[in-house]
Design a protein around this ligand. Structure first.
Ligand code: F58
Length: 791
C-alpha cells in the first residue's frame, strides 16, 4: 500500500464512516479515520488466519485472562503492518502531525500491571508466530482508575476509555451466551441440573491482534455483560422510570469496572461473578466452536489448549467438568481427565494474600453446582492420591490455587527462581504428588512494542548494524557484540539515549513545568506501588543522599533525577502513604537551592503503558529492588535492559536471569537473597539493628519523623516509620546499607561516560532472550503441544 492509497482510504473513512470532511474534522476524527484505514489492512490476514486454522483442523490456544493491558493499538498496528513511512507521509500530506494523531488514542487500561501486560505481549507474540489463538477476557467499561495527586495524595477517578468510539473492535451480535448465578441444583430424569435464579447475557466483542509483518492475526474476544431483556416497558409506562432500567444496570455492573474494591462482601461477590462470567462464556464459546467443527468430546484436549492466567479463571476446572458431565453426559472421571488435558495454569505470585480463596458459603450461594463439583473433584483427587495432605477447601474456604493446580496438566511459574520457590513453598505438597506438573516459563516482552516502536532511534541504530531481522528474532541482538568495542557504534548508541532523554525532558517541561538536566542520571522506578516492590527503600535512599549533598554541597556528586510512577490499589492504605511520602519528599527536595543541581524527585501521575513507552527508552538506571523471593518475575526489568538501562536490583524474579545474561559487571546487585531474607526475618529486632548500624538510614528516618517533609503535620508518617522500625516485613532497613553502596557504585560507573555507554549497550546486546516470542515457544512445546501454521 502506498502513502497515496492510505491517504485516499483515510479520506474515504472520514467521509463515509464518520460523516465528516477535511475542513471540519477534529483530531479525534482524523485518528478514527486513520485507525479504520489501517484496520482495513489487517482484516484480510485475520480471515486468512482463521480459514487456515479451520482447514488444518489445528489445535488452538485459548488464553483466559481477567486482564489484557493492551494500551494503544493504532501505533502497534502501523508498526506491525510496516506502514510507518506511508502513515507519516499520508498524515503530513493532510497537514497533520503523526505523533499528535497517534497520541490522541486513549490507553485501553484493562489491567493492573505486569500480569495484564504479559497477556498483551503474549497475544502479539502468538500472532507473530502464526499460532492459532484466542484471548478471552472482560470488556470493562472502565479500565484501571485514572490517578491524580491532590496535595501529594492519590486520587482515583474513573477511566473513561469507552466514552470515545473504539475503532478496533467488532461487536458480534450473534455470539451471546446466557450466564446464570445462584438458584438450585436438582435431579431431573437421572441428570443433575442447575437452575440459576439470576442471569445475564455475555456479549462478545472482537479485536484483531496483528502480528509482525501482518502475516497473521488472532482474536482478542472480550465479554460485555448485558441484560437478558430490554427495559421493562410496563413499569416505564407506570412512571417507574428508574425501576424500569434496573435489570440493565444490574447486569452491566458485572463488566463495569476492572477489579472493584473487594474489601466488602458485595465487592467479593461481584469479583467472583466477574470471574465466572467471563470464564464460563469463554468455555461455552470454545465448546461451540469445537462441536461446530465436528469434534468428538474425548478429543477436546487435542484441539484446545486453555491457559489460565493466574487463578482468576480457575473456576474453569469445575465449569468445564459441568459442561462435559452434567450437560453432555460424559462420566465424571472422564470429564475430569478431559478437562485436565485442556487446562494449564500460570501462577504469578507466591504472596499468600494474593492467592485467591472464596468462602464456601459464597461459592455455594453463587455457584451451587460448582461447589458440589469441587467436592467431587477433591474426592477424586484424594482417591487417586491416598497420601495427600491438601484439599481444595479447608477452614470454610475454597482454595483457587490448589483448584487450578489439581485441574491443570501443567502449572508454570514465570521465572526460574519463582518456579523453584513454588515447588518449595505454596505448592510443595502438590509438587510432591505431581512432580512433573510444575514447569518454568520465564516471562518475556514483545520487541515490536518495547523496542522497535517505543525506541525508534535505538532501533534504527540496531538495524543499521545487524539488519532488521532482530524484530522477530531478538536473539540476533547478540550480533551487536563485536560493536561493543567500536567507538563509532558506542557514540551513536549514546547519542540515541541522549536524544531520548532530551525528548523526555522537553515533555516534562511542557506537560508538568518540570525542568531536568538531560545529562543527569535518569533513575527510574515504575510499577504498581507495593511494599514488596519497596519504593520506600528508594525514597529513603533519596533522603539520605539529599542529606549527604546538603552536608557537602561542593562534593563530587553525580546529578540524578529520581523518577517514580505507579498506582496503588484503592484499598491499600500503606501503599498510598508511600505515594504521599514520595510526593512530599519531592516538594521539599526540588525546592532546595543547595541540592537542586544534583538531585530532583519526580512522581508522574497516572502510570500506564503509554507512559512506560515514553520513560523506558530515556532511562539510565532501572530500579528492580523487591525483597528477594517476592517478585515473581518482573517484565519492566526486561524492557529497561533491552533499552539500555542497567539494573540496580536484588536477586529476585527474572533479575537473576537478566544478570546471568548481561553479565555481573553490567548489573548493580545488592541485598539479601531469598534464603537470607528468610533467615534475617527470624532475627528479633532486625530493623532496629539495621537502623542503629547505619547513621544514614537513621538520619533519613529521623527526617521523616520530625516532619521535614510534612511541616504542617509533623506526625503524618508516624505509621510508616513505625512499620519500618518495627516489623519491617519486607526488610527495607536490613537491605538499606547494601542498596546505598550499590547506588554509589552506580554513581561511579555513570561518571565514567565511556564505561557507562558500554555497559548500557551490553544490556541491549544480551537481552535478546527476553522476547515473549521465546516465552511463547516454551509454552507451545512444554505445555500446549501446538505448532505454528504457515498461512
Ligand atoms: C505480576 N503480577 C507479578 N499481578 O507481580 C510480576 O512479578 C510478573 O512479572 C507479572 O505478574 C507477570 O508474570 C501482577 O501483575 C496483578 O496485577 C494482580 C492482579 C490481581 C489483583 C491484584 C494485582
Amino acid at each position: 500500500m502506498t502513502a497515496a492509497d492510505l491517504r485516499a482510504s483515510i479520506l474515504r473513512h472520514l467521509t463515509y464512516s464518520l460523516g465528516s470532511d477535511a475542513d471540519h474534522a477534529t483530531q479525534h476524527d482524523w485518528r478514527i479515520a486513520l485507525s479504520l484505514a489501517v484496520r482495513d489492512r489487517l482484516v484480510e490476514s485475520w480471515f486468512t488466519a482463521s480459514r487456515a486454522t479451520r482447514a488444518a483442523g489445528a489445535k488452538r490456544v485459548y488464553y483466559l485472562s481477567m486482564e489484557f493491558l493492551i494500551g494503544r493499538l493504532l501505533e502497534d498496528a502501523i508498526v506491525n503492518l510496516r506502514l510507518e513511512d506511508e502513515a507519516r507521509e499520508a498524515l503530513n500530506g493532510l497537514g497533520l502531525d503523526p505523533v499528535t494523531v497517534i497520541q490522541d488514542e486513549p490507553d485501553a487500561a484493562l489491567g493492573n500491571g505486569g500480569l495484564g501486560r504479559l497477556a498483551a505481549c503474549f497475544m502479539e507474540s502468538l500472532s507473530t508466530l502464526c499460532v492459532p489463538a484466542f484471548g478471552y477476557g472482560i470488556r470493562y467499561e472502565h479500565g484501571l482508575f485514572r490517578q491524580s495527586f491532590e496535595e501529594g495524595r492519590q486520587v482515583e477517578a474513573p477511566e473513561e476509555w469507552l466514552t470515545q468510539y473504539h475503532a478496533w473492535e467488532f461487536e458480534r451480535r450473534d455470539v451471546r451466551f446466557k450466564m446464570c448465578f445462584g438458584g438450585e441444583v436438582v435431579e431431573e430424569g437421572g441428570k443433575t441440573v442447575w437452575h440459576g435464579d439470576q442471569a445475564v447475557m455475555a456479549q462478545a466483542f472482537d479485536t484483531p491482534i496483528i502480528g509482525w509483518q501482518g502475516r497473521w492475526a488472532n482474536t482478542l474476544r472480550l465479554w460485555s455483560a448485558q441484560p437478558l431483556h430490554g427495559f421493562d416497558l410496563d413499569r416505564f409506562n407506570r412512571g417507574e422510570y428508574a425501576a424500569a432500567a434496573e435489570p440493565e444496570a444490574l447486569a452491566r455492573t458485572i463488566s463495569r469496572v476492572l477489579y472493584p474494591d473487594d474489601t466488602t462482601e458485595q465487592g467479593k461477590e461481584l469479583r467472583l461473578k466477574q470471574e465466572y462470567f467471563f470464564t464460563a462464556a469463554s468455555l461455552r464459546d470454545i465448546l461451540r466452536r469445537f462441536e461446530a467443527e465436528g469434534g468428538q468430546l474425548a478429543d477436546l484436549p487435542k484441539r484446545a489448549a486453555i491457559q489460565l492466567n493466574d487463578t482468576h479463571p480457575a473456576i474453569a476446572g469445575p465449569e468445564l467438568v459441568r459442561l462435559l458431565h452434567d450437560e453432555r453426559g460424559m462420566p465424571l472421571d472422564q470429564a475430569i481427565a478431559t478437562a485436565r488435558g485442556c487446562l494449564s495454569y500460570t501462577n504469578h505470585t507466591l504472596m499468600p494474600e494474593a492467592l485467591e480463596r472464596w468462602s464456601e458459603g459464597l461459592m455455594r450461594s453463587l455457584l451451587p453446582r460448582h461447589m458440589q463439583l469441587i467436592e467431587r473433584i477433591d474426592a477424586a483427587h484424594a482417591a487417586e492420591q491416598p497420601s495427600r495432605n491438601v484439599s481444595l477447601s479447608s477452614d470454610g474456604e475454597v482454595r483457587m490455587g490448589e483448584m487450578a493446580f489439581v485441574m491443570a496438566h501443567k502449572v508454570n511459574g514465570v521465572s526460574a527462581l519463582h518456579t523453584d520457590l513454588m515447588k518449595q513453598t505454596v505448592f510443595a505438597e502438590l509438587h510432591r504428588l505431581h512432580p512433573d506438573r510444575i514447569v518454568n516459563e520465564t516471562n518475556g516482552v514483545t520487541p515490536r512494542r518495547w523496542l522497535l516502536s517505543a525506541n525508534p532511534r535505538l532501533s534504527a541504530l540496531i538495524t543499521d548494524t545487524i539488519g532488521e531481522d532482530w524484530a522477530h528474532d531478538l536473539e540476533q541482538l547478540e550480533r551487536l557484540e563485536p560493536s561493543l568495542t567500536d567507538p563509532a557504534f558506542l557514540d551513536a548508541y549514546a547519542a540515541a539515549k541522549r536524544a531520548n532523554k532530551v525528548d523526555l525532558s522537553d515533555w516534562l517541561a511542557a506537560e508538568y513545568g518540570l525542568s531536568v538536566d538531560p545529562d543527569a542520571m535518569f533513575d527510574v522506578q515504575i510499577k504498581r506501588i507495593h511494599e514488596y516492590k519497596r519504593q520506600h527503600l528508594n525514597i529513603l535512599e533519596t533522603i539520605a543522599l539529599w542529606r549527604d549533598i546538603k552536608a557537602n554541597p561542593d562534593g563530587d556528586w553525580v546529578p540524578r533525577v529520581k523518577i517514580f510512577a505507579g498506582k496503588a490499589a484503592p484499598g491499600y492504605f500503606f501503599a498510598k502513604e508511600i505515594i504521599r511520602l514520595i510526593n512530599d519528599v519531592a516538594t521539599v527536595i526540588n525546592a532546595d537551592p543547595v541540592t537542586n543541581k544534583y538531585l530532583k524527585v519526580i512522581f508522574l501521575p497516572n502510570y500506564n503503558v503509554s507512559l512506560a513507552e515514553r520513560l523506558i527508552p530515556a532511562a539510565d538506571l532501572s530500579e528492580q529492588i523487591s525483597t528477594a523471593g517476592k517478585e515473581a518475575s518482573g517484565t519492566g526489568n526486561m524492557k529497561f535492559a533491552l533499552n539500555g538501562a542497567p539494573t540496580i536490583g536484588t536477586l529476585d524474579g527474572a533479575n537473576v536471569e537478566i544478570r546471568d545474561r548481561v553479565g555481573a559487571r553490567n548489573f548493580f546487585l545488592f541485598g539479601m537473597n531469598a534464603d537470607e531474607v528468610e533467615a534475617r526475618r527470624a532475627v528479633p529486632d532486625h530493623a532496629r539493628q539495621a537502623i542503629a548500624a547505619d547513621p544514614r538510614l537513621s538520619g533519613a528516618l529521623m527526617e521523616i519523623s520530625r516532619g521535614t517533609f510534612s511541616p504542617a503535620e509533623r506526625h503524618r508518617y508516624r505509621g510508616v516509620v513505625a512499620n519500618l522500625s518495627g516489623d519491617d516485613y519486607f526488610l527495607v532497613c536490613s537491605d538499606f546499607t547494601a542498596y546505598w553502596d550499590a547506588q554509589r557504585r552506580a554513581d561511579a560507573a555513570f561518571a565514567d561516560a565511556d564505561g557507562w555507554r558500554r555497559m548500557a549497550a551490553c544490556n541491549t546486546a544480551r537481552s535478546g532472550w527476553f522476547s515473549s516470542d521465546r516465552t511463547i515457544r516454551g509454552y507451545m512445546s512444554d505445555i500446549w503441544g501446538v505448532a505454528p501454521l504457515d498461512p
